[in-house]
Design a binder for this molecule. Sequence first.
Ligand SMILES: [Zn+2]
Length: 400
Amino acid sequence: MIKNFISELESGNKNALYLRNIIEHLILKGDLSISDIAKEMDMSVPTITKLIGRLIDEGYVLDYGKQETSGGRRPNVYGLNPEACYFVGVDIRHFSIHIALANFKGEVIKTKRNIPFVLENTPQCLDQLCFIISSFIDKVSIAKEKIKNVAINISGRVNSESGYSYSFFYFDEKPMAQTIEEKLGYTVSIENDSRAMAYGEYMCDTNGEKNLLFINVSWGLGIGMILNGQLYYGKSGFSGEFGHYPAADNEILCHCGKKGCLETEASGQAIYRMMKDKIENGSSTSVEEKFRQNIVTMDDIVHAILHDDVLSIESMEHVGFYLGKHLAGLINIFNPELVVIGGDLSVVGDYLVLPIRSAIRKYSLNLVNKDTIVRATKLGDDVGIMGACMLARSKMLKLI
Ligand SMILES: [Zn+2]
């Protein structure tokens, strides 16, 4: 590359911002002709021609030639150069890690799922995370300097701007992003996992909806919000702590230190507790032995649900209905176009989505909820890594 407009974005250089806006249009709309871009940006064709020329010189854009259509020949279209640079997305879950490598076009070209890992708040665990990421990068066959950002999703309180994670890996008062950056030698950004999932859903699986709530039902419970087409962060980046909404009058101590958080009744850990109580009171289930040996995982419970285990299904229904009741409140407040159910437990599909829908219908205002589609994510288990890769690119381009 001759020059690099990315380095000029920080200073607010006007031309660099125009170049970035062209890239943003190509991300959102796909390949476009110069006159399409000129129309989108309300600028002249000669100016766009010049700017596109610079993006081609810098290696970010390719001329994809004339597009043949039934209506005859059309002008040349321009699109992102997939090989311009690459991004690594890391999705830390409670019992495993997913990692993906995406190109500049946003296509995932390598994925490693379910890498064994148990999230614990220790320096050893942070070292293991870094080891897993560098082992993945070592095996990819691209020039390492082309990897521009490693984006990591983690649960809990995260300030993605300062790079601090307060719920995990808050050692020596140093930002988690900086610690990992020093260990890996790549630019690192971090994001709350539910917010990253919301971004993945928004960028990869929506039909232009600008207001969506993404519900991450995993071991814990969180939400990510896209409001008017923008990720909503709140003042310090702590928005979305729906799991700690003081919903229940149950005296159960939450890991945050408070009692009665929604997460204690509506999450993977709530299902675990309910099943454990029932087994101790004589109920039977196919995962009874694993409970007794204290080795049961979320995957075991999901597997049991998908294989007609009645106790697991009943516990899931209970959690779904309870969650749906509180989502009804959110729908009344936000009037979203889309509520997407994702996270580890969403892979059970209708076992979770139907009780949620039923409770939403029962408890939300009809006029408000008829605007809202409630569905499971179609990206399944990959929504977190997709979100991380999309965030990595957007952060490099300073779109976020
Ligand atoms: Zn809590």
